[in-house]
Structure formats: structure tokens, C-alpha cells
Design a protein around this ligand. Structure first.
Ligand SMILES: [Zn+2]
Length: 254
């Protein structure tokens, strides 16, 4: 499938394989994902693939300047297509098709560069993509969201927990999923553009926290381990003891 798509990206739209390889391999791998999902019901797992990008590097880089063949492969192919998946997430599949069609229409039998793709995207969407391209295409930026710290305080009826979160300041809604000791779960919403913490009240101790749980919404997060927070047994014991103390105090009317 991949090689068939190269008839378009590299064959028809003849970008420079040596100096901007992502325009061939990233585009081809992205369209390959779309066809595999559409025709063969193979669902790509971009977030899982992002985890294989250990060494992010810019996408606009001469092929021979990548640190290793692994770095070349994981950036040009994987990170390249994930960036396109992310553009699709931001503008929707319908607009993405318009942009790709327009890019092919303008540049078939020619030799476009990354700037040409950016200009096409800007013309189709009517917005600037400069900061996006600067971060993800001209630089090695990834969307590493993480749970930084969790602080829990006892209240009259249970606890209040404050979760500190970090990651790119982008307007988006991320789910922070809390699993309590009684097995119940609660989905909280976090917008990185407006806050760096989420506070919530609860009457069962917190067992674990997961930022952006399955099905993943963040495409370019290559470090998933820091999206999880397991409450340590000592913390759990402390919480449980304070809960018990609280119960006693209520019972005894302290
Ligand atoms: Zn290829």
C-alpha cells in the first residue's frame, strides 16, 4: 500500500526525497494509514506509534543529518505522519481532504517544499500555521503531557485533591481520569490553555490517575509513562488513616 501511495507523493508531487524526506514518507505513511483504516478496517494507533519516537528531530532536515537511521525512520516516517494526523485532528477530515487535494492540484509535476504545503494549508483553512510548523515541523517539539504532582487534603466530608499538570499550552480538552479505591471512575476535564491544575473533591481514596486515557486524544505524546499516577501505599495508608480519624471525629462529635 505504502509504495502505491508513493505514486502520488514522490511520483506525481515530486518533493525532494533527500532534503525534505518527510514530504514523501510522512505524507505517504499518513495516506497509507487512512486507506488501511478505510478499506481494510485496520485502525492505526498513532499514540502508540508516538512512543517509538525516542529522539524527536526536526522534519525539515537533510536526510543525512539525522543522528542515525533509526532517527531518520522514526522522524521522517512516524513523526511526519503523526504531525499530519494532528493537523487532521485540528481541522477535521473534510478540510484535510480539501487541503491535500489542493496541494496535489497545485504541485503535481512540480517540486514543492514544506513552505508550499504550509501556504496551501493556510489558504484552505484561512489561518496562520506558523507556530504549529515552527514547533512540530521545523523543530523537534512533541506534546508531552504529564501529571506532575498530586496533593490531597482531608475535608469535613472526605478529601480534596489537587493535581498539577504540565504540557504544551494549547487550547484543548483533555480528560483526567480518576480511579477510586471503590473501583469507581470519574472523568475530569482539563484545558492546558487556561490552567495547570485540576482540583476535585472525593469521598473515596484515590487509587490512580490517568491523563488522556484510552482512546488517546493526544497524538504526539511520546512519553506516556508520566501520564499515569499511582497513589503509593504510604499515601494510601495516610489517606485511609485520616479518613478513619475523620470518621471517628464525626462519630464522637469532635
Ligand atoms: Zn516510503
Amino acid at each position: 500500500m505504502h509504495e502505491i501511495v508513493h505514486q502520488y507523493f514522490y511520483g506525481l508531487v515530486a518533493s525532494n526525497e533527500f532534503e525534505e524526506a518527510w514530504l514523501d514518507e510522512g505524507f505517504t505513511s499518513y495516506i497509507e494509514d487512512k486507506i488501511m483504516a478505510d478499506a481494510f478496517e485496520y485502525q492505526p494507533a498513532p499514540a502508540v506509534e508516538a512512543a517509538s519516537v525516542f529522539v524527536p528531530e526536526p522534519l525539515v532536515l537533510e536526510g543525512w543529518k539525522y543522528g542515525s537511521s533509526y532517527a531518520y525512520q522514526s522522524n521522517v516516517y512516524v513523526r511526519g505522519k503523526l504531525v499530519l494526523h494532528e493537523i487532521e485532528r485540528l481541522i477535521g477530515w473534510q478540510k484535510m481532504q480539501v487541503a491535500l487535494r489542493e496541494y496535489v492540484r497545485r504541485f503535481m509535476y512540480r517540486h514543492p517544499t514544506t513552505t508550499d504545503w504550509q501556504t496551501t494549508l493556510e489558504d484552505v483553512t484561512g489561518q496562520s500555521w506558523r507556530s504549529f510548523f515552527d514547533a512540530y515541523i521545523y523543530s523537534d517539539f512533541m506534546q508531552d503531557y504529564s501529571i506532575e504532582a498530586v496533593a490531597t487534603e482531608a475535608t469535613e466530608t472526605g478529601w480534596t485533591s489537587r493535581v498539577e499538570l504540565a504540557g504544551p499550552v494549547e487550547e484543548r480538552k483533555l480528560v483526567l481520569q480518576v480511579t477510586f479505591d471503590d473501583g469507581s471512575k470519574r472523568d475530569l476535564s482539563w484545558n492546558p490553555a487556561t490552567d495547570n491544575k485540576v482540583t476535585f473533591e472525593h469521598d473515596s481514596p484515590v487509587r490512580s490517575l490517568q491523563l488522556d486515557p484510552v482512546p488517546y486524544k493526544v497524538i504526539l505524546d511520546h512519553v506516556r509513562a508520566n501520564n499515569n499516577y499511582q497513589v503509593r501505599s504510604s499515601n494510601w495508608l495516610a489517606s485511609w488513616l485520616s479518613h478513619l480519624l475523620q470518621l471517628f471525629s464525626q462519630l464522637l462529635g469532635w
